[in-house]
Ligand binder design. Sequence first.
Ligand SMILES: Cc1cc2nc3c(=O)[nH]c(=O)nc-3n(C[C@H](O)[C@H](O)[C@H](O)COP(=O)(O)OP(=O)(O)OC[C@H]3O[C@@H](n4cnc5c(N)ncnc54)[C@H](O)[C@@H]3O)c2cc1C
Length: 472
Amino acid sequence: MTTTHGGPVAALPGGAFLAEIRARLPGLRLLDDPIDLESYRRDETPYVAAGRPLAVALPTETSEVAELVRLAAARRVPIVPRGAGTGLSGGANGIEGGLTIAFTRMDRILEIDDANLVAVVQPGVVNAELKRAVAAKGLFYAPDPASYETCTIGGNLGTNAGGLCCVKYGQTRDSVLGLEVVLADGSIVRTGGRNAKDVAGYSLTHLIVGSQGTLGIVTEATLRLRPAPPARLTLLAFFADVDAAGRAVAALAPAGLAPVTLELLDHETILAVDDAFGLGLDRDAAAMLLVESDLPAAAAAAELDRAEREALACGATSVVRAADATEADWLRQARREALHALERQGVVKMEDVVVPRARVPELLRAITAIADRHAVRCATFGHAGDGNLHPNFVFAPDDPSAEATLAAMQDELYRAAIELGGSMTGEHGVGLARVEWLELQRGADAVRVMRAIKHALDPLGILNPGKVLPPD
Ligand SMILES: Cc1cc2nc3c(=O)[nH]c(=O)nc-3n(C[C@H](O)[C@H](O)[C@H](O)COP(=O)(O)OP(=O)(O)OC[C@H]3O[C@@H](n4cnc5c(N)ncnc54)[C@H](O)[C@@H]3O)c2cc1C
């Protein structure tokens, strides 16, 4: 017998399993009230399957996680690790009859080691809390998903999250030095440590990061810190056509510029965030770039001067600078809230395609063509400096054909990205939402290798089954 996601189900009635958990872990917070369980059914992804878990465990220690996994393995109960549930690929969606382990109570910053520039944290620490704690010591934790005020480090590790300053500092993977991981048999391994360099054996750290809870459960992370960079200087460039904005994105790197932020917002997104926050943006613009520099003051001003020249040469109609740090914060925050601003208009399915940066103009054209072909409203924004765009397809809440239309649009979008040398997901992950396209993206041989790894680490198939890898 299998779940709707092809994973195993509890071999014995759930009640016996829960009684066993309570007997072995009497101090553990375990939710099994149907109303509580409903809120763990799905993450922030519309139009993907989700099940109501049998129970949700809220551990505070690694030993509890290991015991939960041993008990679940004995009864073949599927486990879904979960952070804040802000994921956009269905990775933390519940599995009917499964056990969700939510890490919100494992939320301690265990150590900030400024001599070695590392922080050691539990997985439930909220990204912004870590940033604030290290900033108080003059340090910087780089990964900054737009959801950083709510998402957790565990979820960031699960998805290898990106963000606004990835273009300069890399994805979550580039800021991880070591992990503590509970494996599918309940054993605990440590990968890496606090060394800046370490190439002893295979990099298990990098195998686990981005695996969305399908290979192991992260219970502690040793993260790389940096000295805090100077306050950013911020520039906005407006364009009369999206293509010109795409050309400006492609022009900055060859001009020798490495901004810390290079975000694009199209016309629909500009209107949505301006309606939501009253920022006084150019509402006639077809696109806008948000460019920031975190170089020391004079160098930052020079970097933005050069970015301005490139933008104007590519056809920018106007360029403005944030007057001060508060205004810059507002602009950055408005970009971060773009998804929520668009959600005022309907059900939004956010996509996450990425192409080599120089092909951003072609990707923008492909997105417009797909939206036009299906007559679906689309707003695009994203981390253009990484070549990573988020087309947002907006459906009426009661549109009966939304799911079928979306599936067709996803197929066309992923094929377009692949055709341009890109990928169907840059930072949100395959999760459940993109499982059926994994082989198209990676090819049968690579998927076979992934299956072999999954089987070696999780022979019973209890760790987040049905996510990332398509059913056999
Ligand atoms: C408004 C908004 C803006 C966003 N902006 C960005 C962005 O800029 N960049 C970006 O990359 N993403 C972004 N996201 C998506 C999302 O916030 C990220 O994917 C984030 O990393 C998810 O963190 P979470 O704590 O909510 O994890 P969840 O959604 O709870 O889980 C994410 C995945 O990680 C797994 N997981 C969770 N904890 C663990 C653990 N301890 N061990 C192993 N696996 C685990 C889960 O099983 C799941 O597969 C955004 C989402 C929203 C709603």
